[in-house]
Design a protein around this ligand. Structure first.
Ligand SMILES: *Cc1c(COP(=O)(O)O)cnc(C)c1O
Length: 231
């Protein structure tokens, strides 16, 4: 049982074991190779101490949702552990694009033409050709980031062919009050028709369903680290 309130070292270790086990089990159930599902440990608003526990467990793939917070936590850790892969999973403002390109290894939230253009420019300037995901707002929620499903094909094409971005897959965050399965299925469909084979989908509450629908990475925070500190 994952307890969302305690972030002690042994709890975090037990949580990693449990979540990795549940990913393996879901992959087995749906006849997928568990090695094809990457666990991104979402460490936003978690302490550096908690991250260090995950690192001591040899976990290396992490997600953060704010550039400024990541700049405070990660440069030292990345120096100490050069094989860390840090994913930006939160909305990115164009004025933070340069900083994001300098710090992150994967940007999962490329969701509009202006941001795509600025990222392409900053990656060129920094000589960092980062893999990116296009974020799709599968539920067409007005407050949520992401390109609408009907605009996804042309946006993906613009990112890849027009701007030369290294788009490796699609990312979504389904509406909280809905069943996630149709959203995961839709993301998979858009990816398939655009020949993209990576899908970043599934969080603490629904990662097993995401694995069922083809997730190649799941982004799990509270189920690994416990409750986050207040924003
Ligand atoms: C916070 C966050 C997660 C992790 O959410 P949990 O419910 O804590 O697992 C995953 N993806 C994104 C985009 C997030 O912002």
């Amino acid at each position: 049982m994952v307890t969302a309130s305690s972030n002690s070292k042994s709890d975090i270790a037990a949580n990693f074991e449990e979540i990795e086990g549940r990913i393996r089990k879901s992959a087995e159930t749906w006849e997928r190779n568990a090695n094809d599902v990457d666990l991104i440990a979402v460490s936003k608003r978690q302490s550096v101490e908690a991250i260090e526990v995950a690192l001591s467990l040899r976990h290396r793939h992490f997600g953060e949702n704010r550039v400024q917070e990541a700049q405070e936590k990660w440069p030292d850790l990345k120096t100490r552990f050069p094989d860390i892969e840090l994913h930006l999973i939160g909305p990115l403002q164009t004025n933070k694009a340069k900083d994001a390109v300098a710090l992150f290894d994967v940007i999962e939230t490329v969701d509009r033409p202006k941001l795509a253009r600025v990222l392409a420019k900053e990656m060129k300037a920094a000589e960092r050709d980062l893999p990116v995901y296009n974020q799709v707002n599968t539920g067409k929620e007005p407050q949520k980031a992401g390109v609408f499903p009907e605009d996804a094909d042309s946006f993906i094409k613009e990112c890849r062919e027009g701007l030369g971005l290294n788009v490796i897959g699609l990312m979504c965050i389904p509406p909280v009050e809905e069943q996630p399965a149709p959203h995961f299925a839709l993301l998979g469909k858009i990816a398939a028709r655009n020949s993209l084979n990576r899908l970043s989908m599934g969080m603490s509450a629904d990662f097993e369903t995401a694995v069922q629908f083809g997730a190649t990475s799941v982004r799990v925070g509270t189920a690994l680290f416990g409750t986050r500190s207040a924003p």
